[in-house]
Design a protein around this ligand. Structure first.
Ligand code: 5AD
Ligand code: SF4
Length: 443
């Protein structure tokens, strides 16, 4: 009888990829995934603590598993991700029903941790953060999840120490994977039929600078060119980037690499130089805007998206107005925007002049309302254009409705009587636009 595994994942793409890795590793020990936690023999909760709200979600989720155990379900509860790294052994003290606590660097040892727990029935903590940690070479199987698009983690950790951010403390120092391992993983995926690869890391622009065996001329632009050269790959994406590390060489890739999708996620965080300085972002808004404009020179159809924090300590009305102005100037296709929250260890937690919750709420609402208008207007400007769409899948209802994504990462819905395959590329003429998607006619 196979053992059943249930994984609950919060947060970023790095976590999603880590969850796939854990599923594969346990799969090699006869574990099969279930979507019913009450049937599982092992439950893994992969947590995020980037913002206060995210960490809160993790804690309330632990409560649900406590209840399940209380009802007599016998399963091993393992917690990983940034909350596990941050709280470590303290998590076990507060929540003794958790069996295994492991940091993101320890996920590769999950099968042995589970085996050790089964043997000794003693809770385990594996949260060492080593500066010498190397992501092991790993060849993913496609048994779970989409077969046409995949993430590859190319680096982990972060050395930037933005003053609001917990990541350098939970994910540790920035370490890039070896060029050869990434290329081998990408080639392996494409050979199995994957059409789209997204290279992921906290700050992919600085790939190759720290902690790996890459040579000169094996930085991020070279990595993009090498992966793009794999025969059969149709789309290449990456995220996330730090504006200070966005080089001219990387911008040029958008003009020169046909499979590189015209989308750049470039977190601005704030439009005010004094806030950017206190955030320790190491760029001015002028430099940021210049890079955004240069990107558009290289690739006029590039869609820009961003992350914005409102209500950073000391943010005045004028600072916030500067952020609103950046949105007008750049015209983002999308923006993830958040109210600032204090995070453990992050420097800004000790900054004075915290902004009142009501002010943050009001600013966020204003910013999001304006961003929605901008995004809708950009979508409306696509009406009448013919775009290349990669098929994602069929809608559940009504029948014959399909959905796909443009290179700029916009969702496009369209009708088609024939059976399409996820990963297939089609041309679609855009006929209408709504807030979150475009609608078109397949050509
Ligand atoms: N408060 C609010 N937002 C935050 N982010 C990171 N830390 C915080 C925080 N303490 C946001 C940033 C980052 C995104 C992933 O989360 O905008 O780019
Ligand atoms: Fe956090 Fe800044 Fe690193 Fe992004 S670049 S993970 S915001 S410290």
């Amino acid at each position: 009888m196979p053992q059943l595994l249930y994984i609950e994942t919060f947060g970023c793409q790095m976590n999603e990829r880590d969850s796939e890795i854990m599923a594969q590793l346990l799969g090699e020990h006869s574990y099969v995934q279930t979507n019913k936690p009450e049937q599982a023999d092992v439950v893994v909760v992969n947590t995020c603590s980037i913002r206060g709200k995210a960490a809160h979600k993790a804690y309330s989720c632990f409560g649900r598993y406590k209840k399940l155990k209380g009802k007599g379900h016998d399963f091993i509860l393992a917690v990983t991700g940034c909350v596990a790294q941050q709280d470590g052994a303290a998590l076990l003290e507060r929540m003794p029903y958790i069996d295994i606590v492991m940091g993101p660097q320890s996920i590769y040892t999950l099968p042995s941790l589970v085996a050790a727990f089964r043997r000794d029935r003693k809770s385990l903590v594996a949260t060492e953060l080593s500066a010498d940690f190397v992501i092991p070479p790993f060849l993913p199987n496609l048994a779970e999840g989409p077969a046409h698009k995949r993430f590859i983690t190319i680096m982990q950790g972060c050395d930037n120490f933005c003053t609001y951010c917990v990541v350098p403390y939970t994910r540790g120092r920035e370490i890039s994977r070896s060029f050869g391992d990434i290329l081998a993983e990408a080639t392996h995926l494409v050979r199995q039929g994957v059409k789209e690869i997204t290279l992921i890391g906290q700050n992919v622009n600085s790939y190759g600078q720290k902690g790996c065996d890459t040579k000169q001329n094996q930085g991020f632009p070279e990595l993009l060119r090498a992966v793009a050269g794999i025969d059969g790959l149709q789309r290449l994406r990456f995220t996330s980037s730090h504006p200070k590390d966005l080089s001219e060489e990387l911008m040029r890739c958008f003009a020169e690499i046909p499979v590189l999708c015209p989308h750049f996620h470039l977190p601005v965080q704030s439009g005010s130089n004094s806030i950017l300085q206190r955030m320790n972002r190491k760029y001015t808004i002028e430099a940021y805007l210049d890079k955004a404009a240069r990107l558009r020179e290289y690739r006029p159809d590039i869609a820009l998206t961003t992350d914005i924090i409102v209500g950073f300590p000391g943010e005045t009305d004028d600072d916030f107005a500067a952020t609103m102005q950046v949105m007008e100037t750049v015209q983002y296709h999308g923006a993830y925007s958040f109210k600032y929250s204090d995070r453990p260890n992050a420097k800004a937690a000790d900054f004075p002049d915290k902004v009142a919750e009501t002010v943050k709420t009001e600013r966020l609402a204003r910013l999001q309302a304006r961003q929605e208008e901008i995004a809708l207007a950009l979508k409306q400007a696509d009406i009448g254009k013919t775009v290349e769409v990669m098929v994602e899948g069929a809608s559940k209802s009504p029948a014959n409705q399909w959905s796909g994504r443009t290179g700029g990462n916009q969702i496009v819905n369209f009708s088609c009587e024939a059976k399409l395959v996820p990963g297939q590329l089609l041309m679609v003429e855009i006929e209408s636009a709504c807030q979150n998607s475009l609608r078109g006619k397949m050509l």
